[in-house]
Design a protein around this ligand. Structure first.
Ligand code: C2E
Ligand code: CA
Ligand code: CA
Ligand code: CA
Length: 279
């Protein structure tokens, strides 16, 4: 028993060392990734359930690491957040999403929205609104084409301050959405005071919508809540025809998920737009 214990100990130690090493390495490489131009954005289409057309895209960051290959955000966003690197990375994301969105706008895809994700650290940054303004000015993108996705925890941390920042963002003319809705601590009375346009239902509720009556009830409640506050509602993580049918029958406005398309490169996204791909 003693030996097993010792082996276990060694096992965990080396595993922990490995993890710590990977973390250090990723942190070091992350610092250089912007100047080495290793980040890129994938885009996942959002489709309208009435027109069946693509009405928006969500920009999702990817890291093309020279040795590790394509690194998904789950492996570096929280580290970027802890180290503060998320601020320059996030500014790059906003700028690049605006640049690409302007290319689509110039090609005639008017009304297409491009959504970007904001992290808590970025939200706390003093000159966030100015950076968004700068990106819009530098790219000449119509402000209404840009959508900013915020999470509940991000806006609930300091409600009064958040309302001020959101109002400033609305003054720029951008759209605002609440991401992963339903997973955080949300106070409905505050929700009414945030100048937001869209609620995104978290995919954990959408997943079992056709089999779990509780999840189905949550989703239908979010849809009616959104509509009573005159917000539009997007369901995330829609993977099956059954989920789609349920959401359509219950008045959901838009969907995003693997059923329609995985996140794709800007080139593939452009082709889908040109082809007029529909649901
Ligand atoms: P999120 O904002 O909730 O983005 C949606 C995630 O769900 C994406 O993962 C997307 O690929 C995935 N997804 C979409 N449809 C489906 C589906 O039908 N089924 C399943 N199982 N998954 C689906 P991804 O790209 O790996 O991003 C993960 C998270 O990383 C994002 O979650 C977001 O929180 C964060 N993230 C991504 N890009 C950025 C960024 O530029 N800035 C910041 N701050 N965070 C980002
Ligand atoms: Ca998102
Ligand atoms: Ca989400
Ligand atoms: Ca998420």
């Amino acid at each position: 028993a003693k030996e097993t214990g010792r082996n276990n100990f060694q096992f965990y130690t080396s595993e922990m060392n490995e993890r710590a090493l990977e973390r250090l390495r990723i942190e070091g490489d992350l610092r250089l990734a912007i100047e080495r131009d290793e980040f890129l954005l994938y885009y996942q289409p959002q489709v309208d359930l009435v027109s069946k057309k693509i009405i928006g895209v969500e920009a999702l960051i990817r890291w093309q690491h020279p040795e590790l290959g394509m690194v998904p955000p789950a492996r570096f966003i929280s580290l970027a957040e802890e180290t503060g690197l998320i601020v320059p990375i996030g500014n790059w994301v906003i700028r690049e999403a605006c640049r690409q969105s302007k290319v689509w706008q110039d090609e005639g895809f008017i009304g297409l929205r491009t959504a970007v994700n904001l992290s808590a650290r970025q939200f706390a940054q003093q000159n966030l609104v100015q950076s968004i303004q700068d990106a819009l000015t530098a790219t000449s993108l119509l402000p209404a084409s840009l959508e900013i996705e915020l999470t509940e925890s991000l806006v609930m941390a300091d409600v009064e301050q958040a309302i001020g920042i959101l109002r400033d963002m609305k003054t720029l003319g951008v759209q605002l959405s609440i991401d992963d809705f339903g997973t955080g601590y949300s106070s409905l009375s505050y929700l009414k005071r945030f100048p937001i346009d869209v609620l995104k239902i978290d995919r954990s509720f959408v997943n079992d919508i056709t089999t779990d009556p509780d999840d189905a009830a949550i989703v239908t409640s979010i849809i009616s809540l959104a509509h009573s506050l005159r917000l539009s509602v997007i369901a995330e993580g829609v993977e099956t025809r059954e989920q789609l049918d349920y959401l359509q029958q219950h008045g959901c406005d838009q969907i995003q998920g693997y059923f329609f398309s995985r996140p794709v490169t800007a080139e593939v996204m452009t082709q889908m737009l040109r082809d007029g791909t529909r649901l």
